[in-house]
Design a binder for this molecule. Structure first.
Ligand SMILES: Nc1nc2c(ncn2[C@@H]2O[C@H](COP(=O)(O)OP(=O)(O)OP(=O)(O)O)[C@@H](O)[C@H]2O)c(=O)[nH]1
Ligand SMILES: [Mg+2]
Length: 305
């Protein structure tokens, strides 16, 4: 075994791709050891490329979590796929995530075809192994390795941490030699306002049904900090955010009877924000209709997509 001093330092970019709900963001968070992106059991939770930095003694992996690659049904869907394609062309390694608890399907084959055009080595990651039997995992490893020419095939569970460190070692080995790209203390370059908007969207996603998750976008309209009147050295952050839906009929679904749902969303999101900001948060949420924004280029721009 050589000591870390003798081994050259490695650094570079590793993109996570896979169909919606494959577990990309959960794995990103597990690798970084911190929550950098929001997670839900609704497809298309991630809507932009999110960087998360993994610091290791011998190397630094800059993960780029991407939206689930899918057959687009809206202009938003097309833009999300474009985000993935732009990312793929510019990274050192690709992690192709295939869930262990779902059969390999046309969605995975579609992604595999895109990966054939990419030069970077592909690591096939069979995710969610805790949710599948040993037999299922073994079969999935076989099926997934037939999808692309893989540099490695690794089963992991982001939820119980199984094989996560092994995956890190393996990724570092596939990166080029180079100095760290981010300072030691930095784990993401997401800006605070966007993280806050995402925490609100995360809290809302699991509370609404049917098409509402797809129709929901969140923007932070105002954010200000002042000394906390209740704590001598503390700060109080005031946030005013808008939850945009596409149709008037979706508004009551988000508000709930007597405002009960939006209240729950606010309470949950606020807890996450207080952890993120290390300050007390006063959160004001409003629901507004931004007609059919998913197919309107100007509205998509306004929402940051
Ligand atoms: N049991 C189990 N569930 C997992 C694991 N990883 C992710 N999940 C669940 O799978 C669902 C989707 O996870 P995400 O990480 O949001 O999936 P994603 O691939 O980022 O999804 P998109 O952003 O929509 O493309 C969530 O309900 C997670 O809790 C895992 O290792 N084990
Ligand atoms: Mg995601």
């Amino acid at each position: 075994m050589s000591s870390p001093e003798q081994t050259p330092h490695r650094s570079g970019f590793a993109a996570l791709v896979g169909r919606p709900n494959a577990g990309k963001t959960t794995l990103t968070n597990a690798l970084v050891g911190e929550k950098v992106g929001i997670v839900s059991n609704r497809p298309q939770t991630t809507r932009h490329a999110i960087r998360g930095v993994v610091h290791r003694p011998g190397g630094q992996i800059v993960l780029v979590d991407t939206p689930g690659l899918h057959k687009p049904k809206s202009l938003l869907g097309k833009r999300l796929n474009d985000v993935v394609r732009d990312t793929l062309s510019d990274v050192d390694v690709i992690l192709f995530c295939v869930p262990a608890d779902q059969p390999v399907g046309t969605g995975d084959a579609f992604i595999a075809r895109q990966l054939r055009e990419v030069k970077a080595p592909v690591v096939v990651v069979v995710t969610k192994t805790d949710a599948a039997s040993k037999k299922q995992v073994a079969e999935q490893l076989m099926a997934a390795s037939q999808l692309v020419e893989a540099a490695e095939v690794v089963p992991v569970s982001a939820v119980n941490g199984d094989q996560v460190e092994l995956l890190e070692d393996l990724l570092v080995g596939l990166l080029p030699e180079g100095p760290p790209l981010y300072p030691e203390e930095q784990t993401t370059d997401e800006d605070t306002e966007r993280q806050i908007a995402e925490l609100i969207r995360e809290a809302a996603l699991e509370k609404v049904r049917q098409e509402v998750p797809y129709s929901l976008a969140v923007t932070v309209e105002e954010m200000s900090r002042r000394p906390d009147p209740k704590r001598p050295d503390g700060e109080l952050v005031e946030v005013h955010a808008l939850l945009h839906v596409e149709r008037p009929s979706q508004k009551p679904m988000l508000l709930g009877r007597g405002g009960s749902i939006i209240k729950q969303i606010g309470t949950e999101a606020r807890t996450g924000m207080e952890t993120l900001l290390g300050a007390r948060v006063h959160l004001e949420l409003h629901v507004t209709v931004l007609g059919e924004w998913q197919d309107d280029p100007k509205k998509l721009n306004r929402l940051g997509y």
